[in-house]
Write a protein that binds this ligand. Structure first.
Ligand code: A2P
Length: 323
């Protein structure tokens, strides 16, 4: 294992050391992704964030097993997270879903398994098109899925369990109904969506936040067919801070996430940026920097979940975000 990279760990509620920096893998596929994972492991990344719905776990699995065989890293040196998709929330579907993920990743166990969204969909639906594609939380409660995930943790198929895109109220509900607190909540987090209240509430509950889309997901516009006018990577305040520290704006965003005590999983398939991003852990932002960045919050979601809320859907933006 390369020791040249500075690492930060966050303590999960049972004391487990959670590597606070990882590689995101949403969207890249094929050889680009294979090379990105190999480069990241070579650069000292200790955490790869995956999901069944990304449709690329087999590529990551090939990169991991080649890296293990080559002796670049050992299984215990790398933290692997994956996520249960919305179509697999039924009790009987959870185990086959995790087994499929493990087979694709060539692993015996995950370090962390997350419920990807607090949204249930009918089996077989790839992208929901109408209200009929959804199952309401009354018919398939989140706690049922959560309890099924706990069985898999007890069976050793995942070491930790967590959630993604959950509000504090939904986490409280899971805990109240199952007595099991998620270790991690993975949510969209960047200076335009600082989520101070969620961070404080999760801290109080002992839940670590992982920041996804920490660079403002600049490559998602086409996917969502909208040109978002708010580009956090191009923000002038971020640019000024980057210039003052002689680093890139992306590195400032990553350092900000880490300095707030959240984990962060920027994605890149570019070797230079893969190396640049992990080096951001060494940047020390000043209090003035942190305050200037705090003032940028505009509660702006790039991934606002509206794709779960077609007309007639049991899910609305208000019910999704408890707002
Ligand atoms: P690339 O793969 O060419 O590096 P997010 O993690 O918020 O979803 O952002 C991912 C996007 O940001 C990708 O398009 C990625 O492109 C780009 N990216 C990754 N790291 C950096 C960086 N340090 N500076 C600028 N853009 C970056």
């Amino acid at each position: 294992m390369k020791k040249t990279t500075q690492h930060t760990y966050l303590a999960l509620h049972d004391g487990t050391a959670f590597p606070a920096f990882g590689l995101g893998t949403w969207k890249p596929q094929g050889e680009d992704l294979y090379r990105a994972v190999r480069v990241a492991l070579d650069a000292g990344y200790q955490h790869i964030d995956c999901a069944a719905i990304y449709g690329n776990e087999d590529v990551i699995g090939r990169a991991l097993s080649d890296a293990f065989t080559a002796g670049d890293v050992g299984r215990d040196d790398v933290w692997i997270t994956s996520k249960l998709w919305n179509t697999e929330h039924a009790r009987a579907a959870v185990r086959p879903a995790l087994e499929k993920t493990l087979a694709a990743l060539h692993l015996d166990y995950l370090d962390l398994y997350l419920m990807h969204w607090p949204v249930a969909m009918r089996p077989g639906v790839l992208r929901p098109k109408s209200a009929d594609d959804f199952v309401s939380l009354t018919d398939l409660p989140l706690e049922e899925t959560w309890a099924a995930m706990a069985v898999l943790r007890d069976a050793g198929l995942t070491r930790q369990m967590g959630v993604s895109n959950f509000t504090a109220a939904k986490i409280r509900h899971l805990h109240a109904t199952t007595d099991i607190m998620p270790a991690v909540n993975q949510v969209e987090l960047h200076p335009y969506l600082a989520q101070d209240e969620l961070l404080a509430a999760c801290r109080e509950m002992g839940v670590i936040l992982t920041a996804y889309s920490p660079l403002g997901t600049p490559d998602s516009g086409e996917l969502f067919r909208r040109d978002d006018p708010f580009k956090v990577l191009d923000d002038e305040v971020i640019a000024g801070i980057a210039a003052a520290h002689s680093v890139s704006p992306g590195q400032v965003l990553i350092a900000w996430a880490q300095q707030r005590g959240t984990a962060v999983i920027p994605k890149s398939t570019n070797e230079g940026r893969i190396r640049e991003n992990v080096a951001a852990a060494a940047i020390e932002l000043t209090d003035a920097d942190m305050n200037a960045i705090a003032a940028l919050d505009r509660r702006h979601r790039y991934i606002d979940g509206r794709f779960w809320c077609p007309e007639g859907s049991p899910y609305t933006l208000a019910s999704l975000w408890d707002e």
